[in-house]
Design a protein around this ligand. Structure first.
Ligand SMILES: [Zn+2]
Length: 361
């Protein structure tokens, strides 16, 4: 329900006890005067509740149905103050309020939903906006909406500031709307194997010179055979969550090789989501592999340009090609073995040429 500021305020007067409930047991700073227009503006511009006669909603809205009411002039004004588009601000409000509806918070009838529930809605909004970074059609809106969420939280009561614990670079979204960097990363596992999954974890050796991939950045994974992209960095962490055995072994090997006795190498584990539009390049240009070792990331222009110019095909096609090639190699290998056995007069056991799954890692 879109409305004017006056109508919105009449429908949803802010009660003192509701405002006080937006501060947690460990928040010592004063929350501000609950009647202050500026404070109310910062969190009551969107309300998720149930339709009831008292709200004087337009006829046709059935009593008891979920409604999201938005004070449009305030949303527009806040967007301008925060340096984001009105669309981004609206997107942020809608995913936050949508969380209240889906989590069943709206039965209490209040304008706000208390410390814990507001925190949950903020976390849901942050997570959804992070997920949307991995889509081509919504990435830039999601990026702006994340900036809006971080900047707005600074002037909201404490309940609205607890989100993004899994994404330690929240502060970066405060300063400037970050434009995503593109990285070429060489993983320890085969790229087409990784491409079978929607979400993967990949370790990267940090070097001071190259900088580090951050949440929202785009990644192309490349090995000697294939490059697959793009992926979006959903989160980064100094330690592994998945501990894939191949990654763990490769990390240990690199650690034993890289300047033994010197400073231990630093790792960054990237949590990547494959974009829906991801494609594969079968002929990987040298400039994309021009790296010292596995597990390195680079954002050099020539590598990124090479990816942009590469001949790409749908992932499914590349996978089918790889499977066909592996089967042919396998059949050729088996034929050689069988021929050798026959020549030596050895009995060839049945089922020797069983199928092999080249995508198994
Ligand atoms: Zn809320």
């Amino acid at each position: 329900m879109l409305s004017s500021t006056d109508r919105h305020r009449t429908r949803f007067p802010i009660r003192d006890e509701e405002v006080q409930a937006l501060s947690g047991p460990y928040d010592e700073e004063p929350i501000g005067d609950p009647r202050s227009a500026v404070l109310g503006q910062a969190f009551a511009h969107g309300v998720a509740t149930r339709a009831r006669a008292l709200l004087h909603l337009p006829t046709g809205v059935p009593a008891g149905s979920a409604v999201i009411c938005i004070d449009v002039p305030t949303v527009t004004e806040l967007a301008e103050e925060l340096g984001v588009t009105t669309e981004a601000m609206l997107a942020r409000v809608l995913v936050h309020e949508g969380s209240h509806v889906l989590r069943g918070h709206i039965d209490g009838g209040g304008v706000t939903h208390g410390y814990i529930r507001e925190g949950d809605a903020q976390s849901d909004a942050w997570q959804l906006l992070t997920d949307l970074l991995a889509t081509d059609e919504h990435a830039s809106l999601a990026r702006d909406a994340r900036v809006a969420q971080v900047r707005l939280a600074a002037r909201q009561p404490p309940a609205y500031r607890r989100f993004g614990a899994g994404a330690p670079d929240t502060g970066r979204w405060m300063e400037d709307a970050p434009s995503p960097n593109v990285w070429v990363v060489r993983p320890s596992r085969a790229v087409l194997v990784l491409a079978q999954y929607e979400i993967v974890e990949v370790p990267v050796l940090l070097s001071g010179r190259a900088g580090r991939p951050r949440t929202g950045d785009r990644v192309v994974l490349a090995d000697r055979e294939f490059a697959v992209g793009e992926w979006v960095v959903m989160a980064t962490s100094p330690a592994s969550h998945a501990s894939h055995p191949r990654d763990v072994r490769t990390v240990a090997r690199v650690e034993s090789e890289v300047c033994p006795g010197g400073q231990p190498p630093q790792w960054l584990w990237l949590h990547l989501r494959r974009t829906r539009e991801a494609v594969a390049a079968a002929a990987v240009p040298d400039s994309m592999l021009d790296m010292h070792d596995d597990l390195t990331a680079m954002s050099r222009t020539n590598a990124v340009d090479a990816w942009a110019d590469a001949d790409k095909q749908p992932l499914a096609e590349a996978t089918a090609e790889l499977v066909a090639r592996a089967k042919a190699d396998h059949a050729r290998g088996i034929a050689d073995v069988v021929e050798t056995m026959k020549a030596a007069g050895v009995e060839v056991p049945p089922g020797l040429d069983g199928p092999r799954d080249p995508l198994r890692d």
